[in-house]
Design a protein around this ligand. Structure first.
Ligand SMILES: C[S@@+](CC[C@H](N)C(=O)[O-])C[C@H]1O[C@@H](n2cnc3c(N)ncnc32)[C@H](O)[C@@H]1O
Length: 277
């Protein structure tokens, strides 16, 4: 199946700009650091089979392979799969460490793996680019390929993220972006009518309760919904906090302290649902 059949053309055009490979090292550093911390804490010990569905250019898959996991990556954007394969080969050439077990082009709604094949499934992306029926299909597929008791980690973007970010970045002063934010809060369905790269692309932004419910309705036991960046979402000065080891640890401690706090969840740019098959 071609990229265009799996993804809305606007979503595909956004990812073909090629920002994804370096995003977590530039504008999304706290998201990257916290996601890696949560993966280390929540995944079963290596070697376990991890399916990274919507794994992009391998930003999480490669460190996990390096840690000894058997990681299979799948993504709907061919460019991302090529980037992941190239980075995987470079990792092995550089230090001889484990590379990805496989990387392929595919759709979260129709996974190529057998029932019960995985110890863990990462869905760090597809849920915010699918409609309600697509999200239900992706979650059903994740459940099918997990062993009984296997772990689902599924990311969402908060419904309130565009409002917070619009104020931080002053985009909200633009009446068109103010309308985008109002629509996001009312419906969760984010659109980018002007196609500006900094306004993201066609997406669904979740209310934290909605994410919990969708995972539960798909038949998972829900261990919780975690704030990924929490109060450190929408920082202007990520480097100031992260580049100094003491400040970095102070920041991460502060986020951990409130990561399960229901009144903080909606103000976190990203959310992570933890489910058990
Ligand atoms: C924002 S990126 C996140 C990449 C990476 N998982 C991360 O956490 O940084 C979202 C990813 O989901 C992928 N994606 C969206 N819909 C998908 C689908 N239906 N099936 C597979 N991948 C999908 C996109 O191609 C993109 O690589």
């Amino acid at each position: 199946m071609s990229d265009a059949h799996m993804l809305d053309p606007e979503i595909l055009a956004h990812y073909e700009l090629g920002f994804e490979q370096s995003r977590l090292e530039t504008v999304g550093r706290v998201e990257g650091v916290r996601t890696r911390e949560l993966l280390r804490r929540l995944l079963p010990p290596a070697p376990a089979v991890v399916l990274d569905v919507g794994g992009g250019a391998g930003v999480h898959a490669l460190p996990l392979a390096r840690d000894g996991y058997e990681v299979h990556l799948l993504d709907a954007v061919e460019l991302h799969v090529q980037q992941a394969v190239a980075a995987s080969e470079a990792q092995r050439a550089a230090d001889g460490r484990e590379r990805l077990a496989s990387a392929r082009h595919g759709d979260a709604r129709a996974l190529p793996w057998a029932d019960g094949a995985a110890d863990a499934v990462l869905l760090l992306g597809p849920l915010y680019h699918l409609d309600g029926a697509g999200r239900a299909a992706a979650l059903a597929e994740a459940r099918r390929v997990l062993k009984p008791g296997g772990l689902l980690l599924a990311a969402a973007i908060s419904r309130f993220a565009s409002t917070f970010d619009g104020i931080r970045a002053r985009a909200l002063a633009d009446p068109l972006f103010a309308e985008v934010c109002a629509h996001d809060v009312a419906t969760g369905d984010h659109r980018n009518p002007d196609g500006r790269p900094e306004w993201f692309t066609t997406a669904h932004f979740h209310h934290p309760d909605e994410l919990w419910d969708e995972v539960a309705v798909a038949g998972f036991g829900v261990d919780g919904v975690i704030a990924v960046e929490g109060p450190a979402s929408f920082l202007r000065d990520e480097g100031w906090w992260l580049d100094d080891p003491e400040r970095r640890e102070r920041l991460l401690e502060a986020i951990r302290r409130v990561e399960h706090e229901p009144s903080v969840l909606g103000a976190s740019a990203h959310l992570l649902a933890v489910g058990r098959a």
